[in-house]
Design a protein around this ligand. Sequence first.
Ligand code: 3Y8
Ligand code: NAP
Length: 248
Amino acid sequence: MRVLLLGGTTEASQLAQALHTAGIETVFSYAGRTNAPVAQPVPVRVGGFGGVAGLMEYLVAEGISHVVDATHPFANTMAHNVHQACTARTLPLMRLERPAWALQHGDDWRSVPDIASVCAALPDTPARVFLAIGRMHIDQFAAQPQHHYVLRLVDHPTAPIPLPNHSVIVARGPFDVVADKALMLTHGIEYLVAKNAGGSGAAAKITAARDLGLPVIMIDRPHRPNTVKASDIETVLHWLRHDAERGV
Ligand code: 3Y8
Ligand code: NAP
């Protein structure tokens, strides 16, 4: 058995540790988005595969027997590519996907279907917005330059930020509620923008916004392919052990 683990989330790192402990041969895969991704206890590969075709070639060349897609719920191209590649190669694939965050008492969520819809959910009058959705979609907010944006990024920006009023905070998760509340108070945040990432690694800002009575513009998850799915690592381990015992 040789597992390809598509990573980049807290749960992927937890699963890598469990697979290492169980002695299951695993390759952990990062896209290469950040300068210094978290180290893993198993061999790591970094960078895209070259689309579906490149991934199919990789699966054969590396003798992969099972694939676990533990990427972030918004890593949607990867999810579709791996589903297509594993279907074509008739390789067992399981997606490890943490449940979405659910509205709780005291939450003030304005749900939007995608990142492009966030601007329309912001007020016309200038506001102070905590844009906690990373680096890749900042340019979409240039359409609303009147706001002051607080941007939290994993790495220091290498290109100019196309927003006239902004502050940058460089930090990687997991985050905590006390620090996220302090951040929102220090910066006088009036709106939080977040993807429904789910999981524990970035939930702190959602709790902090609830405690402070701040509105959250919550971006719903994109549709993902209909893959065999698990919401916890024990289920993934059981799935793999079952095949390992059968010598698959
Ligand atoms: C490269 C691997 C771990 C994993 C930590 C989780 C938690 C923090 C939630 C905020 C929101 C955001 C962002 C975020 C979360 C965890 C987890 C998670 C959000 C790392 C990582 C990689 C990435 C890629 C990066 C994106 C960016 C998104 C920052 C490592 C740290 C905002 C998503 O600069 C860039 O190009 C960054 C790109 C995709 C989204 C964006 O559009 O900018 N994640 N995040 C993975 C790879 O190369 O394959 O560097 O170690 C992983 C984590 N990100 O092991 O502790 O499990 O969900 N990551 C979002 O949800 O909105 C932060 O600030 O509150
Ligand atoms: P994406 O849009 O779904 O994928 C874009 C391309 O990046 C893919 O087609 C693939 O390139 C490559 N790729 C993505 N994940 C990969 C992986 N784990 N290993 C190897 N190549 C990968 O992905 P994304 O949203 O940019 O996310 C990239 C990484 O950041 C993922 O590991 C994801 O788990 C992590 N992450 C993303 C978010 C987010 O908000 N999107 C949040 C937290 C963590 P090829 O086509 O060349 O194969």
